[in-house]
Design a protein around this ligand. Structure first.
Ligand code: BJW
Length: 239
């Protein structure tokens, strides 16, 4: 993991939409089917852990089924990291593993990972591809019933924030891809870098909540816009 990236790329659910994973706030998104307060808060998990396990078990099974693959946008970002001489850091809000599977290595999952679980008692983090239930015991401390998806719910602190802000403070290009700009602190990254000479680019299907804060924008399918923008950076040679 390099901490000297001069390109920071924030990604959201829109980059994985064409791989078959639902976004959250589109008309056919996850929050149109379930309520945030029922599945994505620590209070929901305390109140009805089985309901929350069901929600993540369904999504985990979908991701692990083999039918969901990285798309051309994930692949283009992996190519950017491999070919750009200055260092590229991807900060993803997504809990899927499609960036890793496309070949990205310098990557932070600020909202956690669907294929990992965490013990509420000893905090051990374990890779997990099966359904999770209250019957499972922690392999490290033996505590039963305290295992939870290793994801960040509303009201919880996102992960790796110190490294993320360090990278934002040093980057020369900040790209935001496939995110609606509704969820903080990620939605505040563009404001954080603006004013320090960092160029900012939004790539999304439509203008996000924070669209006016970006210096440049490209709208359309991520599988088309992201490879085209990566080509432009790599052919341009410098920032
Ligand atoms: C395409 C496309 C294609 C489609 N090509 N594009 C007021 C009250 C209470 C709390 C707050 C408040 N104000 C701020 C807060 C904090 C809160 C927050 O932001 N709330 C807002 C709702 C206002 N944030 C938090 O609580 C965060 N923690 C925090 O702030 O900690 C500090 C703190 C801690 C403790 C105490 C006090 C302070 C944590 C946020 C956790 C978010 N968790 C989720 C779910 C968990 C993981 C999971 O189940 O997957 O993360 S919510 C959900 O939203 C998920 C996503 O990562 C996140 C962002 O969504 P994203 O990626 O932007 O998806 P969409 O669907 O919104 O947008 C997709 C976009 O793609 C759209 O624009 C489409 O157009 C586009 N698109 N197809 C290109 N083919």
């Amino acid at each position: 993991m390099t901490d000297t990236a001069n390109i920071v790329v924030l990604t959201g659910a829109g980059i994985s939409k064409e791989s078959g994973l639902a976004t959250f706030r589109d008309a056919d998104g996850i929050w149109a089917r379930v309520r945030i307060e029922d599945v994505a808060t620590p209070e929901a998990f305390a109140r009805d852990p089985e309901r929350v396990h069901d929600f993540y078990n369904t999504r985990r099974a979908g991701l692990a089924s083999g039918g969901v693959m990285p798309n051309a946008a994930h692949v283009a970002l992996a190519r950017l990291e491999a070919e750009w001489p200055g260092g590229v850091l991807i900060v993803t809000q997504n809990i899927d593993d499609l960036h890793e599977r496309a070949g990205s290595r310098n990557l932070l999952h600020m909202h956690g990972e669907l294929l990992k679980i965490r013990c509420n008692r000893c905090q051990a983090i374990t890779g997990w591809t099966e359904d999770l239930s209250l019957e499972h015991a922690c392999a490290d401390c033996g505590d039963a019933g305290g295992l939870r998806p290793n994801v960040v719910w509303f009201g919880e602190m996102p992960l790796e924030m110190e490294r993320i802000y360090q990278a934002l403070d040093r980057c020369r290009l900040f790209m935001s891809i496939g995110t609606s700009g509704n969820v903080y602190p990620a939605a505040g990254f563009v404001a954080h870098v603006t004013g320090g000479g960092t160029h900012t680019v939004e790539i999304n299907m439509e203008p996000s909540e924070g669209a006016a804060q970006f210096a440049e924008a490209h709208y359309g399918l991520a599988t088309e816009t992201v490879p085209a923008y990566v080509d432009k950076i790599l052919n341009g040679g410098k920032l």
